[in-house]
Design a protein around this ligand. Sequence first.
Ligand SMILES: [Zn+2]
Length: 347
Amino acid sequence: MSLSVPSPADFHVHLRQGALAALVTPHVREGGFTLAYVMPNLKPPITSTDQALAYKKDLEKIDPYVEYLMTLYLSPDLTPAEIRKAKAAGIVGVKSYPRGVTTNSEGGIESYEVYYPVFEVMQEVGMVLNLHGEIPSDTFTNTCVLNAEAKFLLHLIKLHRDFPKLRIVLEHATTRLAVETVKSLGPTVACTITAHHLALTVDDWAGQAFNYCKPVAKFPDDRAALQEVVREGHPRFFLGSDSAPHPPGTKSTCTPTHACAAGVYTSPILLPLVAHLLESFGALDKLENFTSTYGRAFYGRPVTKETETRVTLRKVEGKNIAEKWMLGQESVVPFWAGKDLNWEIVN
Ligand SMILES: [Zn+2]
């Protein structure tokens, strides 16, 4: 049994920089993908068009056969004029991180109102706003990782109300409430879903560093909602892996003073993993829509006859996931290391 997907697109991926980028960037294609929507949370963050274009060149040097869609990091450095320049240079989106919530987000936002002039121009020129949808933990408001996404959704609703034509993506949704909220909003609001959030619940990351990411996986019913919306084939829900590599030492050797890094790494196994998961909950027939059609449609990047690269998967007895990928001194441990997948890439 085999199936093929036209030009799979990953609409949320972290490719890092330097030696780690050299290791992980080729994994986009190894995992079956020909388009990568690249996150800007580097050190320092990508806040200008020139930085984004330089970063894109670095990635193209590593693997020129992937289409990299670049993003800017929402910060006070970003001006309406810079948005126009970015749009003219082919940059696609702007990513918003709440301050301090995830990797390299120390410069993230605290309130959206100050960015309204930027959003105004993004709406006008047609750039996409990508939201890491969590608010920072706070004792006084009883906010922690388990309700940080649910509490963020009011911001999403308000942003959509104030900028109804601005295309907004709620990234890596983890809750039933997020799914229902995105569904309730207009055609300009979409949602990415990761592979690992289709698999994990709280029990899987509590005590297991390699399953720990932000936002954290939630309750079984939340996972069920993510699976249902994929199975239903809702066109505004599509794959963004949020594949986020960290050196294994920052995951597995946390100490009382150094917490473990948040991020699950799925790039090198992504398409077989998604097929495996979708099959497990009866949604294998939605693989093409979820990994290619819907995301590309929302971003206005449909597959054409000239650009199409079909990736073929075949069903196997059990393909073991390597424990580690290495290059020089760098290494990364993938999601489900040592486990078996029921699908592998043929070509
Ligand atoms: Zn991310």
